[in-house]
Design a protein around this ligand. Structure first.
Ligand code: SAM
Length: 386
C-alpha cells in the first residue's frame, strides 16, 4: 500500500514543488502552498527524497485559494493555481534567490521583485496542443504523463486562441491528418498561425509591435508567450547600453536584435532555427537596420568558427530552458565583453551558467524578473553582469 504521511509545507522550491520534511527525509509535494498542513501520499522515493501528492488538506495555508480551472491537478499546464497571485510572485522570487545562492553560489543577491503580468489569466498568445486520435482528445499532456488531457476551455489562453482551440476541437476527425500529434499555435495582431498547417488552420504570417518595433513571425518560430510584459523585458535586458559591437545569442526573430541595432554600430545575431533567422533578417530589413547580420547556426558551432573573433562590447543571450552550452559560456568569456545581459526562463540553468561566468571574472550587477507565465512556476529572469 502507498505510504501516507502528515507534513507541513515550508516553502516552494525551484521547479514548483512544496518542500517538507518527515522522518529524516525530504518530501517534495506537488501543487502545495507554503504553510499547508497536509496528508500526502508518497508516489516514489529517490534516495532521501520522497515525491508525494496531496491526499487531504488538513489545514490550508492562508496563501491557498480554490484553483478556478476544472482541469487543475490533472492537466500538466498550470501548477500554481492553488496560490494567490501575490504568493505566486513571492514563490518565484524565492525560487530565483534559492538558485542564485545555492547553485550560482553568489555571496549576495541584488534586490529584485517579480514584475506581475497585467493580466494573470487569458494572457497566453502561444501554445502547443497535443492531439490523441485514438482517444479523440485535444489539449495538454496530463501531469507527469503522455496522456492528453481533453481541454475544452483553457483559462490562460488569450480569447482569440481559446476560440481557435474550440474551432480545432469542432473539426471533424477525418479532416485531421493521421500524423498530426501536436499543433503549435501563436497569435499576432493580425490573426493566428498554426504549424503544421492543416484544413483551414494555416501557417500564416503574423506581426506584433513592441516598443515601436514591428516583429513578424509564424508558428514555426519561437515568440514569447506573454505579450503584456515584453516592453519592460526589453527595456531591462538592454538597460542603458550602447557602443560599437554587440552579440545577440539565441536571437529568435529578433526581439532584442532590432532595439540593439538602434544602439550599436554592429550587431550579430545567432539563431539555430532557419525560419526564425529568416524572419529576424526580414524584420531588420523592414526596419531599415542594415548594421545587423543574423547567422543561422547553433551558438556552439558559431563560436567554434573563426567568425566569433573581434572585440565585442556587449553580449545578450537568451537561451532555451536548458541554458547555454559550456562551449558558449567559454566563447563569451574568451571575448571579454564589458557587459553581459542573460535572459533566462529557467532559474536553475541560469544559476549554473552564472557560476561559470562569475568564476570567469564577471560580477552580477542587477537582476529583474518578469511574470511571463502566471499560474505556473515558470518565470523569466534577466541578470546584468559586468
Ligand atoms: C528563449 S528563445 C529566445 C528568442 C528571442 N531572444 C526572443 O526573445 O524572442 C531561444 C531561441 O534559441 C533558439 N535556439 C535553440 N537552441 C539553439 C542553439 N543551440 N543555438 C542557437 N539558437 C538556438 C530557438 O530556436 C529560439 O529561437
Amino acid at each position: 500500500m502507498a505510504q501516507s504521511l502528515e507534513v507541513e509545507v515550508e516553502r516552494i522550491l525551484p521547479g514548483g514543488m512544496g518542500l517538507a520534511h518527515a522522518g529524516g527525509k525530504t518530501v517534495f509535494v506537488s501543487l502545495a502552498a507554503p504553510g499547508d498542513r497536509l496528508r500526502v501520499r508518497v508516489e516514489r522515493e529517490q534516495g532521501k527524497v520522497l515525491f508525494a501528492s496531496i491526499e487531504e488538506i488538513i489545514a490550508p495555508s492562508p496563501l491557498r485559494i480554490e484553483p478556478p480551472c476544472p482541469y487543475f491537478g490533472r492537466c500538466g499546464g498550470c501548477d500554481f493555481q492553488q496560490l494567490t497571485y501575490e504568493a505566486q510572485l513571492a514563490a518565484k522570487a524565492e525560487m530565483i534567490r534559492d538558485c542564485l545562492y545555492r547553485i550560482a553560489r553568489l555571496e549576495s543577491v541584488p534586490e529584485f521583485a517579480v514584475m506581475p503580468s497585467p493580466d494573470n489569466w487569458r494572457y497566453r498568445m502561444r501554445a502547443t496542443w497535443q492531439i490523441d486520435r485514438e482517444q479523440r482528445t485535444i489539449g495538454y499532456y496530463e501531469r507527469g504523463s503522455r496522456r492528453v488531457c481533453d481541454v475544452v476551455d483553457c483559462a490562460v489562453l488569450r480569447p482569440v486562441l481559446q476560440e481557435k482551440l474550440e474551432a480545432v476541437r469542432a473539426t471533424e476527425w477525418r479532416q485531421i491528418p493521421d500524423e498530426l500529434k501536436h499543433l503549435d499555435v501563436v497569435q499576432g495582431e493580425n490573426g493566428v498561425s498554426f504549424a503544421p498547417p492543416f484544413d483551414r488552420f494555416q501557417t500564416s504570417e503574423l506581426s506584433l509591435t513592441v516598443r515601436g518595433e514591428v516583429y513578424q513571425y509564424n508558428a514555426e518560430t519561437f515568440f514569447q508567450i506573454n505579450p503584456l510584459l515584453l516592453g519592460p523585458l526589453i527595456d531591462f535586458a538592454l538597460g542603458d547600453v550602447s557602443g560599437e559591437s554587440v552579440l545577440d545569442l539565441y536571437c529568435g526573430v529578433g526581439l532584442f536584435t532590432l532595439p540593439l541595432a538602434r544602439r550599436f554600430k554592429r550587431v550579430v545575431g545567432v539563431e539555430a532555427n532557419p525560419a526564425a533567422a529568416r524572419y529576424a533578417r526580414r524584420n531588420l530589413q523592414q526596419a531599415r537596420l542594415d548594421n545587423a547580420r543574423v547567422i543561422t547556426a547553433t551558438v556552439t558551432d558559431w563560436f567554434r568558427s573563426d567568425r566569433a573573433s573581434g572585440p565585442v562590447d556587449f553580449v545578450l543571450l537568451d537561451p532555451p530552458r536548458a541554458g547555454a552550452e559550456s562551449a558558449v559560456i567559454k566563447g563569451i568569456l574568451d571575448l571579454h565583453p564589458a557587459a553581459i545581459s542573460y535572459v533566462s526562463c529557467d532559474p536553475a540553468t541560469l544559476a549554473r551558467d552564472l557560476k561559470k561566468l562569475t568564476t570567469g571574472g564577471y560580477s552580477v550587477n542587477s537582476i529583474a524578473a518578469f511574470d511571463l507565465f502566471p499560474q505556473t512556476h515558470h518565470v523569466e529572469t534577466v541578470v546584468h553582469l559586468r
